[in-house]
Design a protein around this ligand. Structure first.
Ligand SMILES: *[C@@H]1O[C@H](CO)[C@@H](O)[C@H](O)[C@H]1NC(C)=O
Length: 247
């Protein structure tokens, strides 16, 4: 998803993306009926490499410590804010003062490891450190009320964060010939959350015993999240720490 403008307005950026959802290029390509185009239905998918040519365009990645400053745009229920803060703190729990090993696998930090595989010309990797910075509220919605919240908020934030880290200036990691409509590392894996995912199928998920909710990542404070996978540059397919074939 194109999302320029630096790190500061992450949450705003993530939210601002919601009304633009129609402009997202769904992957894999679908025909007019919504069926997968050019793929046999039985094929193991998870973002088949046949279609994807992710390329490095010589620009920087976010190799320095990342600080996320949420801007709470509109009225946010306290519990939703807590969930998002917990997700952000789960990316590198030690940077947030959590004890090592406190979060079981597959964890949000494990998920971030795939993003950290991306390097720039100086061979610097995407930063391991992602910290929660100062927050701002924009409850009066200074940019208009048409921005809406959407389901899967944490996954949307994760998607944008992964792409900001690996393609911050739209000149690093993306597929497709047009840098103003780049297909970035999370765009390639939209809708894929587990092994076998693709088309309308999310892939294999875990189930929270208490609530019955599906999840795929553990976070700080015993929280569980459902976060889409990102493109793995070595495996050349979408990958996440809950994958069944490379635990
Ligand atoms: C940094 O990126 C390289 C190249 O993708 C990878 O081999 C290495 O494991 C990465 N290091 C970390 C700490 O993720």
């Amino acid at each position: 998803m194109p999302h320029r403008g630096g790190l500061l307005p992450l949450l705003l950026v993530a939210l601002a993306a919601a009304p633009l959802a129609v402009a997202w290029r769904p992957w894999p390509p679908r025909d007019a009926s919504g069926a997968l185009a050019g793929l046999g239905a039985s094929k193991k998918f998870e973002g088949s490499s046949d279609f994807v040519k992710l390329e490095y365009h010589m620009g920087p990645v976010l190799a320095a410590d990342i600080t996320v400053h949420p801007i709470w745009y509109g009225a946010w229920p306290a519990e939703q804010k807590r969930t998002i803060r917990a997700f952000l703190r789960s990316l590198s729990p030690q940077s947030s003062g959590e004890k090592e090993g406190a979060v079981p696998s597959p964890s949000v930090a494990d998920w971030w490891r795939t993003v950290r595989l991306y390097t720039d010309q100086t061979t610097a990797n995407v930063s391991a450190v992602v910290a929660l910075g100062q927050e701002k509220c924009d409850a009066r919605m200074s940019r208009g009320a048409s921005l809406t919240r959407m389901d899967g908020m944490v996954s949307v934030i994760a998607h944008e964060l992964a792409e900001m880290a690996s393609n911050p200036l739209a000149n690093a990691w993306y597929a497709g010939g047009d840098p103003s409509f780049p297909t970035e590392i999370a765009d390639l894996c939209e809708g894929i959350y587990g092994t076998g995912g693709g088309g309308a199928y999310t892939g294999q998920l875990l189930t929270d015993g208490r609530s019955g909710a599906a999840y795929n990542l553990n976070g700080v404070g015993g929280r569980r999240f459902l976060v889409q996978w990102v493109w793995d540059p070595y495996r050349s397919y979408c990958s996440g720490p809950n994958a069944l074939d490379h635990q």
